[in-house]
Design a binder for this molecule. Structure first.
Ligand SMILES: Cc1cc2nc3c(=O)[nH]c(=O)nc-3n(C[C@H](O)[C@H](O)[C@H](O)COP(=O)(O)OP(=O)(O)OC[C@H]3O[C@@H](n4cnc5c(N)ncnc54)[C@H](O)[C@@H]3O)c2cc1C
Length: 418
């Protein structure tokens, strides 16, 4: 061990403290972060960066695959490996203690997190960022087991790989059915970007194939821009059916590959069913969730309105106008880290900057480049400014966006994972 510091080994005092027992003096405030996705990893990094806190990150997976750009993987344009990130830099450079385990329960009374492996961690502040869970049961026949045959691919990794394998195996002339979820959901443009990039793949390799989107909604984000792009790149290939025309998806027949709506049945060679979503299971178990299924938070500090001392960031949070997206999870996590540093160390408070850029692909060389600014106001978070792609944009602008998106992904994931 000679020559290594605790920071280089990635062992925070919080982890050492729990290993050595409560008798040892606690020099610095402890923060535990649950969930090493976009929100949790960003929070852990920015909490640890000032070297004033002991920060422990709890995440069961050794590596995290981003949903961001996973539709490019489905199109065969990116590898899954290039979307996968580890926690080594957070540990080595920032001194975050990374614990490879899942949080099983939170006891807010004694400020303790129990881990599935049996250990427990105490905290002064807790950040919960478990992402989403699915509301199985709303579509008859679609349960956890059905995701193996009809993947949602709405959390990246095994599910995305499965959907890609299905796309590769499908015969030319096959039908991909995408069941788009009701709002609020993770990544509002995601299902339509997925349809675009699946069509991009089909156009090259299986040009007689079709995509049907059975939507739980009657309209969707940037609908006109998507429709214009579909007409330009994939005429006749993508059919979007709003809830008003189908009555919504009611059931699936997994062995027969059928998707049933209130108005009729569609045969699918591949069914990509994205169910209604809610906050991750741990948030429910910890009493952080309201009747609508999401975690209400203070718009400046992201402290839970239901459990003081616990902050919620990312998709699990009910964050006003902010969409459930990686750039929002990242912005929320930074604001939350600032608020916790202020509360625990007396650091100067600063107003949160909730802004971000996001790219949405219509084809390999055609992307929308949008940006949005959000401001805490009237007890919630309001959209205060936006730059949104419009219809009729020049192809060269879209090509430039597609190139810029690659640089954005690199910079963004460095910001999150160090
Ligand atoms: C197809 C698709 C494309 C997308 N594209 C974009 C895009 O281009 N731009 C964009 O901004 N957003 C995009 N998103 C949205 C983005 O992926 C999410 O908004 C973002 O991942 C939310 O971050 P999060 O930290 O809340 O959740 P996640 O990133 O899902 O992380 C949650 C983490 O918590 C862990 N966890 C859960 N329970 C526990 C527990 N009990 N103990 C410990 N750990 C736990 C999980 O293992 C996971 O690692 C896309 C989403 C999809 C599905």
């Amino acid at each position: 061990m000679t020559g290594w510091t605790r920071r280089e080994l990635g062992i925070g005092a919080a982890a050492l403290g729990s290993a050595l027992g409560p008798a040892r003096a606690r020099a610095r405030p402890r923060v535990v972060v649950i969930g090493g996705g976009i929100g949790g990893a960003t929070a852990a990094k920015y909490l640890a960066a000032g070297d004033a806190l002991d920060v422990t990150l709890v995440e069961p997976k050794p590596r995290y695959a981003t949903c961001v750009f996973s539709n490019l993987y489905l199109a065969g344009l990116w590898s899954l490996e290039s979307l996968t990130h580890g926690y080594g830099t957070l540990a080595r450079r920032y001194g975050v203690a990374v614990v490879e385990d899942a949080a099983a329960a939170i006891d807010p009374g004694i400020r303790r997190v129990r881990l599935t492996g049996g250990a427990s961690l105490t905290y002064d502040r807790l950040v919960v960022a478990p992402g989403i869970a699915f509301r199985f049961g709303e579509i008859d026949g679609y349960d956890e087991a059905a995701t193996e045959s009809m993947p949602h691919a709405w959390s990246a990794g095994a599910q995305t790989r499965l959907l890609r394998a299905r796309l590769e195996a499908m015969e030319d002339g096959g039908v991909l059915v995408i069941v788009a979820p009701p709002e609020p959901s993770r990544c509002p443009p995601g299902p339509y970007e997925r349809a675009s990039l699946a069509a991009y793949y089909f156009k090259q390799f299986k040009p007689r194939s079709k995509i049907i989107i059975l939507d739980a909604k009657d309209s969707f984000y940037q609908q006109e821009v998507f429709r214009e792009g579909w007409d330009r790149h994939y005429p006749g290939m993508i059919e979007w059916l709003p809830a008003r025309s189908t009555g919504g998806v009611t059931a699936v027949d997994v062995p027969a590959g059928l998707v049933r709506t209130a108005q009729g049945t569609v045969r699918a060679d591949i069914a990509n069913v994205i169910p209604r979503q809610t906050a991750g299971a741990l948030a429910h178990a910890a009493g952080l969730v309201d009747a609508g299924g999401w975690c209400p938070v203070d718009p400046e500090t992201f402290e839970s309105r239901l459990r003081p001392g616990i902050h919620v960031v990312g998709d699990a949070a009910r964050a006003g106008d902010m969409p459930k997206s990686a750039f929002c999870a990242n912005a929320q996590a930074k604001a939350c880290a600032c608020a916790i540093l202020t509360a625990l160390t007396g650091a100067r408070p600063s107003r949160p900057h909730l802004l971000g850029t996001f790219y949405t692909f219509l084809a390999g060389n055609d992307a929308m480049g949008d940006a949005a600014v959000f401001t805490p106001a009237d007890g919630t978070i309001r959209l205060s400014g936006a730059f949104l792609t419009g219809t009729g944009e020049q192809s060269e602008t879209r090509r430039r966006n597609a190139r810029a998106a690659v640089g954005w992904y690199d910079a963004f994931t460095r910001d999150v994972f160090g």
